[in-house]
Design a protein around this ligand. Structure first.
Ligand code: GUN
Length: 286
């Protein structure tokens, strides 16, 4: 079988266009533009690319962009003070701090300081708890974007054997919860998993987010499986490569995401979706 490509770039462009139209409609009705604050501390090169892309997407969708780049030596107190300020600002609907942060900053303290109703990354324990208890409000952008892509295949997830490789807070764990909420049978694999090739070979759906180029081999994939590759690894020659051995996997899968142009663009489109939800839809009860 040669897989159909799940074109994240096209699906994300469609989603961003529908968001832009909704913003125009709401603004015409007198509502404010959604305001998004992306805070970056330091100069991590990968983060610089993400943050620039988020800024461009924000402006194109008609959002108010209140991004801030802080020097690498900024103290934790100063980052927390900026978050407090943004939490109190009614024109700011969403706040995210780009990860990783420099070593002297405690990422957990930062995540917990963002008001849960403005936590458009969905990383605050309140929002993770809501996702885990099937009361989802703001879900982490990458896994939620994957769910939007999976819906495009038209394949029901109920009852599928889903294997998630990688157990991070940003990808693996919320991915597991999203798939469970759709009644898939979910296995989560990580660095202590005993026989990863066997686990993957039994999966109808595989989602990989580990950050190791070509870690999942194409010949592990079951015939007809859906393969979602969350990895974006920059190789020495400057090219981007996923966590799945694409050329071999695409001959076995029914659907597969490319890298680049797969999951990556969906993360940003979902961030806009979450921010718009805060601006126009959610009622904050906290
Ligand atoms: N670093 C890698 N992915 C993400 C993300 O989705 N949000 C934030 N804040 N940082 C990240």
């Amino acid at each position: 079988m040669s897989a159909k490509i799940l074109d994240g770039k096209a699906i994300a462009a469609e989603l961003r266009e529908s968001i832009r139209q909704e913003v125009d409609k709401q603004v015409a009705a007198g509502k404010p533009r959604p305001g998004l604050a992306v805070i970056m501390v330091g100069e991590d090169p990968a983060s610089q690319v993400y943050v620039r892309n988020k800024k461009i997407a924000c402006e194109k969708a008609g959002f108010k962009d209140v991004s801030q780049v802080l020097p690498a030596q900024t103290s934790q107190e100063d980052v927390l003070a900026l978050i407090d300020e943004l939490n109190a600002d009614d024109t700011v609907h969403g706040i995210i701090v780009q990860l990783p942060v420099p070593e002297h900053i405690n990422a957990e303290a930062i995540i917990e300081r963002i008001h849960p109703c403005k936590d458009v990354d969905g990383f605050h324990p309140y929002n993770v708890g809501r996702l885990a208890t099937r009361m989802m409000q703001l879900a982490p952008c990458t896994p939620h974007g994957v769910m939007t892509m999976l819906a495009k295949t038209g394949i029901p997830l109920r009852g599928l054997n889903a294997v998630v490789v990688g157990a991070s807070n940003i990808v693996g764990v919320p991915m597991m919860l999203e798939l469970l909420n759709e009644r898939a049978t979910v296995t989560i694999c990580h660095s202590a998993t005993k026989d990863l090739p066997k686990m993957v070979s039994e999966a109808d759906l595989v989602v990989v987010g580990v950050g190791i180029p070509n870690m999942v081999k194409g010949d592990w994939i079951k015939d007809g499986a859906i393969v979602i590759d969350v990895g974006i690894n920059r190789m020495e020659d400057g090219t981007l490569c996923g966590d799945v051995e694409f050329d071999v996997a695409k001959e076995k899968a029914s659907w597969i995401t490319p890298v680049p142009g797969g999951v990556g663009p969906m993360t940003i489109a979902t961030l806009l979706e979450n921010t718009m939800k805060v601006a126009y839809e959610l009622e904050c009860k906290l």
